[in-house]
Design a protein around this ligand. Sequence first.
Ligand SMILES: Nc1ncnc2c1ncn2[C@@H]1O[C@H](COP(=O)(O)OP(=O)(O)OP(=O)(O)O)[C@@H](O)[C@H]1O
Ligand SMILES: [Zn+2]
Length: 724
Amino acid sequence: MPSVLRVALPVPLPTLFDYLPPTTGEVKAGSRVLVPFGRGKAVGVVVETDVPANVGNARLKRVLRVLDDAPLLDEALMHTLAWAADYWLGAPGEAYANALPLLLREDKPLPETREPVWWLTIAGQSALDAGSRRGGSRALLEALSEGPMSAAELDTSLPDWRAAARRLTEAGLIERGEQSLSSTPGPTVVPPVLQAEQEAAVDAVAQAFGRFQPFLLDGITGSGKTEVYLSLIERALAQDKQVLLLVPEIGLAPQTVRRLRERLGVPVEVLHSNLAEGERARAWLRMRNGEAKVMLGTRSAVFTPLPHAGLIIVDEEHDSAYKQQEGFRYHARDIAMLRGRALHVPVLLGSATPSLESLANVEAGRYQPLHLRSRPSAAHPPQVQIVDMRAQRLEHGLSPAMLHTIGETVARGEQVLVFRNRRGYAPVLLCHGCGWHADCPRCEHPLTLHAAWRKLVCHHCDHQSAVPTSCPVCGSNELKPQGQGTERLEEALTAHFPNTPVLRIDRETTRRRDAFEQLLGNLQADAPAILVGTQMLAKGHDLPNLTLVALVGVDEGLLSVDFRASERLAQLVVQVAGRAGRARKPGRVLLQTHHPDHPLLHSLLARGYGAAAKELLAERRQTGLPPYGHQILLRAEAHQRAAVDAFLSEALHALPDLATLQVAGPMPAPMPLRAGRQRGQLLIESTTRRQLHAAVRPWSLQLPQLPSARKVRWSLDVDPIDLY
Ligand SMILES: Nc1ncnc2c1ncn2[C@@H]1O[C@H](COP(=O)(O)OP(=O)(O)OP(=O)(O)O)[C@@H](O)[C@H]1O
Ligand SMILES: [Zn+2]
């Protein structure tokens, strides 16, 4: 057998591919290579070198070109990726592809790591003096008249600058060049003096520098977790080490970047899906080269190379955004742990509402707990009060008590957050004559009415249709919106409080880049306002004049069949409530419900998240559910129900019949039809992870060979967080 290179290619197949090495030169694991693949070419990552081939000589092809002289992915990262691909039972090639920004998965030279900057040309200066340009172009000329600016700077000061930059570059009025990052000013903000508990947390983590140790920083909302991160980042920087800070959402990034830049006085790299590909690749490479020290990013940033690793931080570690829901279905919190272990650095998870998984890890002694129990800048965390909605006359879903308190708050000149986790005007359009309601034809789920768009929209598959003027069944024209979405609440609150600005913040109003920041920027710090929004508003924002949080319509979470629904609801309630009273003014939280006696609400409100989480954990232990039991979910979908059933039953037959495995299904998915596809699943559980993997790993390789596998789309989800 000839010795070959084993290469990961970005295809959804459970294998690596063998290629003959190039005729000259040496290739190292972690380097990218261009190889012939199918009828074309592909860029892959060399996983192993000098291994005996798995296939016969005749079928082996030779690598076309080696793209990297030195490995792009270092040994520690390669090791983590191999482990992760095996654990999540993904296609290994997809795991390696996830680790690289898109631009680095192409057959192109590595981009320059210096940041592009724009400056005025002489012609540009004259155009500005002559006042010959208007609008965005003029704004950009004016901004650059002060001196060159980088993309990142322009992003913060002139959100819509890109189109103008293109026009002005073409007209020769501005020019693009590159500048290295050394010219960042030092810190501009003085850190607060840490409180004793913050200090203790910082010391504990700092003492673990240089070795792997997981920590869970369990600190109430507003307790200063971010200050703990900042102080630790400073300590790591003082030792010339790199830090990776993960946040769950892009929405949190701009605020946090600003806070980091002001405090640390070093360049802070950013990596999230809203960036241009070039910027993502540059940020990744600057960390890889060691030029940059701090990386702030969302889920996929967990793969950032850290040649001088000092610390990994996962903020809001309970957030489900850390789980990738397609392709390589990894969990970034778990990858962070793997990386910490491989790099010998501490990993700090932080949350006001830790996941039950992390709490169980503390209980088992695997994670060291750290606590922050008070708010340094406020007297008390806000109290949550229940508003019983039963038998109340509701005005667009708002009870009189709720409206009254909102009125009092804005009359004092303070701000209110009305939380409703549903976009649109109303979740259902119902015929008052016969009871018909508008359903998505592709999902058989109610369509959401969007009043401003005059459309019915499916929130599961995006199917859209016109709003009927009369009922298609009985012809009645009494079609009534049922229930409230944020759009309807905005309308109702605007009508009820005509003199107070009402701002809606949800996926629709924040579609544009930076819209979220701008909306919040429009809030005057000392003036009254009502914010209406979805969970985008649940976390990470500090609005000092916000003193009332009103939660409406969280009852769905109390009634859900998903075993994680209670945990999610508890987290959401506590996080949203945490937005109230963060500065000196005391905060209040009202929760409006039809189930005032629900046990979860009771323990949550009477004894707090920690106590509620303990009860939920006890239930999970009793029922053998995660984190005490372990699950792998096989999902399948097809246009025909019969194809789904056939595949799942063949899959079930192929599964070894072991006493250590419990199998549920085949069964329809909780949402049996979605976007016109029939969906089904098979849930495999075991009390030990090892046994579960030992059984499922060989089985997963059999699945593509099953006769019915070609007729369905299927996927395996290890530790699924959504069973739908
Ligand atoms: N030691 C301190 N002294 C004074 N103010 C502090 C101190 N630590 C934090 N703060 C302030 O308290 C507020 C909340 O802090 P921070 O944003 O770090 O909390 P957090 O725990 O990350 O919040 P959340 O989880 O709710 O987003 C901020 O305005 C911060 O500047
Ligand atoms: Zn649909």
